[in-house]
Design a protein around this ligand. Structure first.
Ligand SMILES: Cc1ncc(COP(=O)(O)O)c(C=O)c1O
Length: 403
């Protein structure tokens, strides 16, 4: 982020704050498209960052939505229904029914269990609506179903009059730095798709593959992304399967657009260790792969300074736990109260996977940068109300009634 932009944000909104730069997001999508085979279309896994759905829906083919909350966000932000893929292990039957009624043009539903299949079958008939279905193949965990289940569904596909089985969805994990694992998975999927064709004359039209592509977060832990994307592209090009390929990506799309700004509010030296206390902490920021705060995330410091009077500082948050460390032993030049740390690559999961309710501290503000404008899209939110007995008598009456 440019210095004048950081200055403006701090002066106008103060810290802590998450900033998502839509210019960087758009550049990132363009970069991915340029470095991936033309055969590949992008689907954004909304869970990575829900603040940007509106900004990227024009630039990508689909958005994967895994919970009623994520669906409501997309619905309220006017994301085109056709682009939405409803996925994820559990939504109540009434929540699924609401989606079908309120958004009849939803693009795809994934099947994560035989119960979900029955439910979608029933609802499709009840509302006389054709639903496009992706069958999620498990990678050996609670998600998706077995190969045999998929084969059985395909064998009996005529039974599901209103379900249009368009293909397979597969996701096996995140932050995959090794292309070997991706290669093994694609080979396995290629064979499985071929088997469905040979055994059941079923043509998979779409393969939606959750790539789990890796992101560089820490100084000294870089990998060569250009070669990585090139190798993966080649793998897709070499598949026997020649249908549509959709890559479901979260962190690889949105991580780079995010910055988290937090300020030094106190400092001390205890038993020869330097501690800078920040107005944020692990309740507001979590990096995938950070271990005991030992790795150095990419960051800037504002105001900028010369490399002089360098000391090692432990950057601590404001929680009541010794574990509230953002970085250990970070060499910083001439650290002062009021200095702002700008943690980079924090546009995916960093703000939602943390222990936000601990100590009842407020949630940070959120701003978007669009062109040269800054737009505040969420004010800070008090969490103490979520951590206290609610005096609203409606809750009491409901509980008595249910009991
Ligand atoms: C089904 C599915 N697809 C895609 C993703 C996105 O993964 P990533 O952020 O690693 O790209 C996830 C993440 O949990 C997922 O569960």
């Amino acid at each position: 982020m440019e210095d004048f932009m950081i200055k403006n944000i701090i002066e106008k909104y103060d810290t802590p704050i998450y900033v998502f730069d839509i210019n960087i997001l758009k550049q990132r999508i363009k970069y991915l498209k340029e470095h991936l085979s033309d055969k590949i279309k992008l689907c954004y896994a909304v869970k990575a960052n829900t603040f940007i759905v509106n900004e990227l829906s024009d630039d990508i083919e689909r958005l994967e939505v895994c919970s009623p909350g994520e669906y409501k966000i997309c619905h309220e932000q006017n994301v085109p229904q056709e682009k939405i893929v409803i996925s994820g292990v559990y939504k109540t039957p009434s929540e699924i029914e609401n989606m079908i009624v309120n958004s009849p043009k939803i693009g795809r539903y994934t099947i994560e269990s035989l119960e979900q299949l029955e439910l979608l079958d029933e609802l499709s008939k009840k509302y006389n609506i054709k639903l496009n279905i992706l069958l999620r193949l498990t990678s050996g965990n609670q998600f998706g179903v077995n190969e045999e289940d998929i084969e059985n569904i395909i064998k009996n596909r005529d039974k599901y009059r209103k379900l249009n089985f368009v293909g397979i969805q597969y996701f096996s994990g995140t932050q995959k730095k090794s292309t070997k694992k991706i290669f093994r998975e694609l080979d396995y999927l290629d064979n499985f798709i071929n088997q469905l064709k040979t055994n059941y004359e079923f043509n998979v039209e779409e393969l939606e593959y959750g790539g789990g592509f890796a992101v560089n977060y820490f100084d000294g832990h870089e990998f060569d992304e250009v070669t990585y994307l090139e190798e993966i592209s080649k793998m897709f090009e070499n598949l026997k399967y020649d249908g549509k390929i959709i890559l479901e990506l979260g962190r690889s799309i949105s991580a780079s657009c995010g910055s988290y700004l937090t300020k030094v509010v106190d400092k001390k030296t205890n038993k020869d260790e330097n501690y800078a206390i920040l107005d944020g902490g692990i309740n507001q920021l979590v990096y995938f792969g950070q271990v005991m705060a030992m790795k150095f995330p990419y960051y800037d410091i504002y105001p900028k300074r010369q490399k002089e009077d360098i000391k090692k500082w432990n950057l601590m948050g404001s929680l009541c736990t010794v574990n509230d460390i953002l970085v250990k032993q970070l060499p910083v030049s001439n650290l002062q109260l009021g200095d702002v740390f700008i943690f980079k690559n924090t546009g995916a999961y960093c703000m939602t996977e943390c222990i936000a309710l601990f100590l009842s501290r407020d949630l940070p503000k959120v701003a978007l940068i669009k062109g040269d404008k800054i737009e505040l899209v969420r004010n800070s939110i008090e969490t103490y109300v979520l951590n206290m007995c609610n005096e609203n008598k409606n809750i009491e009456r409901k509980e008595i009634k249910n009991g």
